[in-house]
Design a protein around this ligand. Structure first.
Ligand SMILES: [Mg+2]
Length: 396
């Protein structure tokens, strides 16, 4: 099969999600995994490798006259790892990861030593860049089998395991790219404003009706805008268009810088103007621009007496989930994991319930490292997601 369009690529990746979920279930059901069971993954990898290249980059058709350059390292590397994982012993897989990452063993051993004798009760973690390797496109960042196996093993040892992400929960969201068995994880999307409990029931952080109606108006105008041919590409690059609960994300750039800088800047101004017209007094929305994504976020009132308007952050999510799900964070020990500044508010939020809280961050940024260390005395820093998931996998 020859993959030529972006749409065909996404179809292939969606299929690989189904194959992986089935294989993960087979693993936990202790069923024999035969070479023909692994074949779909091998075929997917071959199809990715056969995508047309130009200037050492993979190219796919976006529209009839536009192509897009893609970095497919995540998709290919994770398929390669999964095929190795399914055809080799755990020791051989460990050695394989060791061969990919310098200091892998040293970091894993140091982490295990640091966390030994702690039986975590609650595990709340960010996904991308923390327990999952980073992928530029959300819709194709399918979880790997080895990753699901390692995380599930750890999740089975704690009372509550929560994946808390800023991405949408479903409709090309967190649950559509996860391959772990059912009834193990609580999946929280939209920064934790909405979640599926372990039984798969949806719950939502209450949003006032007048705020919701403003967001609906904005979403409608944005939908109409990106239907116009000159703006359609913003839905097809990077994060694309994501309607989340209480928040909408639209990409204006991707990591390959597909959009000319001026065009990207103009699009930001256009969105800012639309928001200003709907909310001239800035009562309802905050705009966060990451340079790649424009996030339009509904405000909430600060929990303190000030009643000031603020963004809903992941710390608010930790409190909401603790209350709604009766996590009993107050009893600890709690393990909080993240990889960016936006994950840090989870740490003081958990510590406010129990000082018996541990922060494990995946970062090589000295500033972030210091920030986490200054926030929590029980901090461990590792360099990459594979180190963290191996520590969790091996943790007694
Ligand atoms: Mg992250």
């Amino acid at each position: 099969m020859k993959i030529q369009t972006l749409a065909e690529f996404y179809t292939l990746m969606r299929q690989s999600r189904n194959d992986r979920q089935q294989l993960t279930n087979m693993h936990f059901n202790k069923e024999h995994i035969a070479p023909e069971d692994i074949q779909p993954l091998e075929k997917a990898l071959t199809a990715l490798k056969n995508i047309n290249t130009r200037d050492n980059q993979y190219h796919l058709e976006l529209t009839e006259d536009k192509t897009i350059a893609l970095d497919l390292s995540y998709e290919m590397n994770e398929l390669e790892k999964d095929i190795f994982f399914l055809t080799h012993s755990p020791e051989e897989f460990y050695a394989y990861l060791e061969s990919l990452h310098p200091d892998f063993s040293a970091e894993v051993n140091a982490g295990l030593e640091r966390l030994k004798d702690i039986s975590f009760r609650n595990f709340i973690t960010d996904r991308d860049g923390t327990v999952n390797n980073y992928c530029g496109r959300y819709a194709s960042s399918i979880q790997s089998i080895y990753n699901a196996v390692f995380l599930t093993r750890f999740a089975q040892k704690v009372n509550n395991a929560v994946i808390l992400t800023s991405a949408p929960l479903d409709n090309i969201g967190l649950v559509d790219i996860s391959v772990s068995p059912d009834n193990i994880f609580i999946y929280a999307g939209s920064k934790g404003r909405e979640y599926f409990d372990k039984q798969g029931q949806r719950h939502q952080f209450p949003v006032e009706p007048d705020k919701q109606s403003k967001l609906d108006i904005f979403n409608q105008q944005l939908t109409d805008l990106v239907k116009q041919p000159e703006y359609e590409m913003f839905t097809l690059i990077g994060s694309g268009l994501q309607f989340k609960f209480g928040q909408t994300t639209i990409a204006r750039q991707d990591i390959s810088k597909t959009i000319p800088a001026q065009e990207s800047e103009d699009f930001l101004n256009l969105i800012t103007n639309i928001v200003q017209k709907i909310d001239p007094q800035k009562k309802y929305f905050r705009i966060e621009d990451t340079g790649k994504d424009i996030e339009v976020i509904l405000t909430i009132e600060n929990a303190d007496e000030s009643g000031e308007l603020k963004d809903f952050d992941k710390g608010d999510a930790v409190d909401f989930l603790n209350k709604d799900l009766h996590l009993q964070l107050a009893q600890g020990p709690n393990l909080i994991c993240g990889d960016t500044k936006s994950d840090v508010p989870m740490v003081p939020a958990a510590m406010a319930h129990s000082q018996d809280t541990w922060a494990v961050f995946v970062t090589e940024d000295p500033e972030l490292k210091t920030l986490v260390q200054n926030t929590c005395p029980n901090t461990l820093i590792v360099s990459r997601p594979d180190v963290l998931v191996m520590i969790l996998n091996k943790k007694q």
